[in-house]
Ligand binder design. Structure first.
Ligand code: GLA
Length: 386
């Protein structure tokens, strides 16, 4: 779904758009489930995106038109509640956040659509929230800065959609930068870019096609296990605010106070934060072998300690271990399916992907989808509105 299609869809219903916005999905190189523990993540915005066409409306209703789904909703921006249409709540949640912050949003029309695969762990929901938030901000000159847009997009998902996500996806969608990965400190929200386009290598995603129904509930279970660990350490007198402040030595000191599961979950987070630091250092040194190794270590942690992998994604990663052209790989995103992210030598991508698709089909009767991810800029308006 390209810019032209979205603009035409808009024009056929509402006339000329005043503004066109693009908002990308994201990959996460490393740092999984660390965001809500106020640790480090290393995502990047990628060339799978949602395009929005917008204009103010003379009607008393706002219209959101999902071009891919051929579906739409009309609502009064001053007075609406949760929709039965799941997709609509990501947009309504954004308007709700603006309203809660005291903005009066006039009626507007918006048509949107894109090519971010659903359920693949590439954050199509964050792209939708961030694109609409930036679009409304520009359309009505609200003057909200980028960091506030990120925060309100995250809150829209937490409060309106009811998914208790961290800040990584929205931050990556808005602050992404071409050819760079973004190391974000989720406690201070300080960030730093690392060159992530590496000559001869590409980021390749293998979509397992598995969308685990447990992802939302298990996500929240992991969150509360981490919170339980923090609460117990605080009861022991440790002055900590989150797992970010915890070391392995501290965890080991109180191991007998923590249940084995809570210990395991906390140990994963502490180690994963360290892996993000190590991976960034490796990128800075252009040491791709170490970088790839960190991806495999992250996978092992997610599989054995955090227990968020599934046989399909484990298989997809394991199959690459003896392939020298693959430097590293791991399951990406919230867990229980979705894509694996791999760093692969460019000349070997086709061969590796074809072999893997075949063995994957033989083992799980599932088709493998392959995406080569190019790193692009974050959410922005597009100039050439005609
Ligand atoms: C989902 C959430 C993010 C993050 C990841 C796991 O994508 O939306 O906030 O927690 O899972 O790293």
């Amino acid at each position: 779904m390209d810019q032209k299609t979205i603009k035409e869809a808009f024009q056929s219903r509402y006339g000329d758009p005043k503004l066109v916005v693009r908002s990308p999905g994201r990959v996460n190189l490393i740092g999984e489930h660390t965001d809500y523990n106020l640790g480090f993540v290393l995502p990047a915005a990628v060339d799978k995106e949602i395009i929005f066409a917008l204009a103010p409306s003379a009607d008393d209703q706002a219209q959101l038109h999902a071009v891919d789904l051929n579906d739409q909703i009309g609502f009064d921006p001053q007075n609406f509640s949760k929709s039965e249409k799941n997709w609509a709540n990501y947009g309504l949640g954004v308007v709700d956040q603006l309203r809660q912050r005291g903005y009066t949003i006039p009626p507007f029309n918006c048509a949107f659509g894109g090519n971010i695969p659903q359920g693949a762990g590439m954050s199509s929901s964050a792209a939708l929230e961030c694109g609409l938030a930036l679009g409304i901000n520009e359309l009505f000159d609200l003057g909200i800065d980028k960091i506030e847009l990120v925060k309100l997009a995250q809150k829209a998902e937490n409060e309106f959609v009811g998914m208790n996500c961290g800040i990584m996806d929205q931050f990556a969608s808005v602050f992404g930068k071409a050819r760079q990965a973004l190391k974000l400190d989720c406690r201070s929200l300080e960030y730093q870019y690392y060159p992530a386009e590496i000559a001869g290598y590409k980021i390749v995603l293998f979509n397992s096609g598995v969308k685990h129904s447990l992802v939302d509930s298990e996500y929240n279970v992991r969150r509360s296990q981490c919170e339980e660990g923090v609460a117990i350490l605080q009861q022991q007198g440790e002055e900590i605010e989150s797992l970010r402040d915890v070391t392995l030595a501290m965890l080991n000191k109180y191991q007998d106070k923590l249940s084995p599961i809570v210990y395991q979950r906390c140990a994963y987070i502490v180690r994963e934060n360290q892996r993000v630091e190590d991976a960034c250092q490796a990128l800075a040194n252009q040491d791709l072998a170490t970088f790839g190794q960190k991806l495999y270590e992250s996978q092992q942690g997610m599989q054995q300690e955090y227990e968020i992998t599934v046989p399909e994604t484990e298989f997809l990663v394991d199959q690459t271990r003896n392939e020298p052209a693959v430097l590293g790989g791991r399951q990406m995103g919230g867990g229980f399916g979705g894509c694996t992210i791999n760093l692969i030598e460019e000349s070997a991508i086709d061969r590796t992907a074809n072999q893997l698709a075949q063995t994957y089909k033989e083992s799980f009767s599932l088709d493998l989808e392959v995406y080569i991810a190019d790193i692009v800029n974050g959410t922005e308006t597009m100039d050439n509105v005609r």
